[in-house]
Design a protein around this ligand. Sequence first.
Ligand code: ATP
Ligand code: PRP
Ligand code: MG
Length: 304
Amino acid sequence: MTQLPPFPDSGRLPRLKIAMQKSGRLSDDTLKLLRACGVRFNLHEARLMAHAEDWPLDLLRVRDDDIPGLVMDGAADLGVVGENVLEEARLEREVAGSPAEYRLLRPLDFGHCRLSIAGRAEEDRAAPLDGKRIATSYPYLLRSWLKREGIQATPVMLTGSVEVAPRAGLADAICDLVSTGGTLEANGLREREVIFRSQAQLIARPGALDAGQQATLERLLRRLDGVQQARESKYIMLHAPVGRLEEVTALLPAAHPTVLRLGHTDAEVAVHAVSTENLFWETMEDLRELGCSNILVLPIEKML
Ligand SMILES: Nc1ncnc2c1ncn2[C@@H]1O[C@H](COP(=O)(O)OP(=O)(O)OP(=O)(O)O)[C@@H](O)[C@H]1O
Ligand SMILES: O=P(O)(O)OC[C@H]1O[C@H](OP(=O)(O)OP(=O)(O)O)[C@H](O)[C@@H]1O
Ligand SMILES: [Mg+2]
């Protein structure tokens, strides 16, 4: 793999501290994203702080529950955390009168999940929740939803394995994270209501960063945007009959395709285009109908 040029003056710039989950559902995606931005870390399992190789960046590897507080208190400059954990911490800190401000920088398009109320599969999904006990690891998010909906139910706090609560007789329903729904199903539960949708976010501490840190952040954000834009885009290549060119380009989900002459014939041209969306099978079939051949849809690694 080609080595990216080092960050200029990385040894002299003030360092940015990023808090990320040490080991869990967000860890691999966070590291993968940083790596895609050209930031590399030499990680050792037991070392909880790691320095980037060519960037003035340090990683703090912590439990995800601690990330909002570290950022809101300014102990970390940036954090990668699920919105569920972030909003729970914000509500808890607001009640406690602790600092609860942060800046949302970018949604990261991983860690997608929802916080849902679920009840026993055999129970009526529309049965009122009033007077029920609801087991959860998110008491503040749950309380705020109950209040909004005017429901009088009691949150029962559990830090994990929440889905076991109804069978264990600890609660009548649960409020926990769902993604595929497999855990609910395996525990005889059925989703009733989504109360919060979440994905991982890049956040920053409140207040201005020092000028050097700000320059590092801006460079990182530019690369992040490039990585995300590239992920959503495709490079399309095909050969098209010259006489159908207008119809062909009208079918392509791209604004300005490049048209190139082919060496072996004047009857066809090569059309190349960067598309911000995928090319559907149906469109590819329509292009074939117009006489196109060699239709390729390729992933793009980086864009700037
Ligand atoms: N099933 C899921 N599918 C997708 N994303 C999820 C799922 N469950 C959780 N997440 C997201 O990943 C985050 C981390 O989940 P994980 O289960 O690793 O947390 P944890 O067990 O609390 O870890 P830690 O040890 O860091 O406290 C959650 O807060 C949520 O944003
Ligand atoms: O809808 P599903 O795809 O089944 O995912 C939902 C499960 O995922 C999370 O737990 P996780 O597996 O991360 O374990 P944890 O209890 O250690 O957080 C969450 O707490 C649910 O239990
Ligand atoms: Mg946690």
